[in-house]
Design a protein around this ligand. Structure first.
Ligand code: 5AD
Ligand code: SF4
Length: 480
């Protein structure tokens, strides 16, 4: 395992090994030399900053980038004035792309002041050829660009950046390999994400993920469980299993295994108190999973189940493989079997061809199911996806639909969350409250947030809290 490797003792006199992860260990050692030189030229310990856009998968990838940066000798900061800044990008909606271009404009001005500063870009947005073209043309100060498939090669690409005069660009179209045992630096000491699979095979017609993250591939259960055991030994009590569609976990493995079976194995790991997972596709959610959740002591009472639309006609055009009625029946079955569960969802408004009646259907599902929370998005056409070539809905109509959906989500979520008032539930103390340091922010098994008086020594512990007052999406309470 990587944290028992003594990188100082890696031999870099010969050629780099062909095999991974040893090849990257070689480049970590080599990169240490480049960073030491940089320290000398700067006259201080070099600093590095990772900036993450998008989902939990990207957040986990950034922890891996940070792990390498720390190993090669950087002091990690959250300040973009650092000597090395890497933007881990998202391209699921256009506003994520626009934010990256905005940051680049800002970082360019800082680069003019610090000539030794280097800037890198990686993540989903870099898998789009039009983006690379634009950066080559208009953002020539960027030093390194790589994509989602070769992120494991970060140490090697980092060295290449130091050995080259111009911009280093390395993007792969796809990959079927998963490289294990590279360094990682967790953001939280007591909770962690864990990749169980990469990519997506679903091709929802609006979604760019299958194009930028490639085909679905599952990590082997031994690797996943080994990582979880090590995390538990390191004090982690809550884990989140990550994948674009966790319900299809295990299909391509040499010894196929279902997601529910994986969960049962994870449950056995001593020290892990809470298990979460993200994201579930409704079409693949099995009865086996519902039963495993129901019987589990550790799997959290929360399920994120993206609806996208409540109109069967639109769902068909989205290639989602379920109808309005099937979704509602599934949600009702889950709530019947696990009454204390919270359901949350993703909803999109403005998909091509959507009418006011389709939006009515979506609102109908929101009211019938009673989500605890919903992330609502305006449909954003993504180049290369089938929906981008369909006739788009006029902006005014989209906005009207969006406002109606948002209003309904807020109203139903408030009612749902309010049902917990007066109960005493276990919260994981996560951090000191930003606005009021006398408060600790905790998270319930069902993902609801509660703020309660307490001191930072509680962070990372599970404590019982009485939920006193509901403030819409969160509670204030008191430890009992
Ligand atoms: N436009 C708007 N929202 C999108 N999502 C995915 N693709 C798009 C798009 N093109 C939303 C979906 C998904 C969430 C992660 O992002 O709701 O569940
Ligand atoms: Fe995109 Fe659909 Fe795959 Fe989710 S399941 S990543 S929405 S294609």
């Amino acid at each position: 395992m990587w944290n028992s490797v003594d990188f100082d003792r890696v031999d870099i006199n010969g050629q780099p090994p062909e095999q991974e992860p040893w090849r990257q260990y070689y480049f970590i050692k080599k990169a240490r030399g480049y960073v030491a030189d940089l320290a000398e030229r700067l006259g201080h310990e070099p600093t590095a900053c990772t900036v993450t856009f998008g989902c939990q998968m990207n957040a986990r990838d950034s922890e891996k980038l940070a792990g390498v940066l720390e190993e090669v000798g950087f002091w990690l900061t959250e300040d973009e004035s650092a000597d090395f800044v890497i933007y881990n990008t998202c391209t699921v909606r256009d506003n994520a792309n626009q934010r990256v271009y905005g940051r680049l404009g800002f970082v360019n001005s800082m680069k003019k002041k610090n000539r030794l500063k280097r800037v890198a870009l990686c993540g989903c947005m870099m898998q789009e050829p039009s983006v690379i073209e634009k950066i080559r043309k208009s953002y020539r100060f960027v030093d390194l660009i790589f994509g989602t498939h070769n992120i494991y090669m970060f140490p090697e690409l980092f060295c290449r950046m130091f050995e080259s005069n111009g911009m280093v660009v390395d993007i792969w179209k796809d990959s079927d390999r998963i490289v294990e045992e590279l360094p990682v630096e967790r953001k939280y000491s007591f909770k962690s994400g864990i990749n169980i699979m990469f990519g997506c095979n679903n091709f929802c017609t609006y979604c760019i993920v299958p194009y930028v993250r490639g085909r679905e591939k599952s990590r082997r259960p031994e690797e996943i469980l080994g990582e979880i055991r090590r995390l538990a030994a390191d004090g982690v009590v809550e884990i989140m299993l990550l994948g674009q569609n966790v319900n299809s976990y295990g299909r391509g493995l040499d010894n196929p295994m279902s997601f529910a079976q994986l969960l049962q194995e994870v449950e056995k790991v001593e020290g892990i108190e809470r298990i979460r997972f993200m994201t579930s596709h409704p079409k693949d959610l099995s009865d086996e999973l519902i039963q495993v959740m129901k019987e589990s002591k550790k799997i959290c009472r929360h399920l994120h189940l993206p609806l996208q639309s409540g109109s069967s006609r639109i769902l068909k055009a989205m290639n989602r493989h379920y109808t309005k009625e099937q979704f509602v029946a599934l949600a009702e079955k889950i709530k019947r079997e696990i009454p204390d569960i919270s359901l949350t969802t993703d909803i999109m408004v403005g998909f091509p061809g959507e009418t006011a009646q389709d939006v009515d259907d979506t609102i109908d599902v929101i009211r019938t199911v009673g989500f605890d929370n919903a992330f609502t998005f305006i449909y954003s056409p993504r180049t290369g996806t089938p929906a981008a070539a369909m006739e788009q809905v006029p902006h005014q109509q989209v906005q009207e639909g969006f406002d109606r959906v948002l209003g309904c989500v807020q109203e139903t979520a408030k009612k749902q969350v309010a049902r917990l008032a007066g109960q005493t539930l276990t919260a994981l103390a996560e951090e000191q409250n930003d606005q009021d340091p006398s408060l600790i922010t905790g998270r319930l098994s069902n993902n609801t947030i509660v703020h309660f008086p307490g001191d930072p020594s509680l962070i990372g512990k599970l404590v019982d809290v009485r939920l006193e007052e509901c403030h819409g999406f969160y509670y204030t309470g008191r430890m009992v």
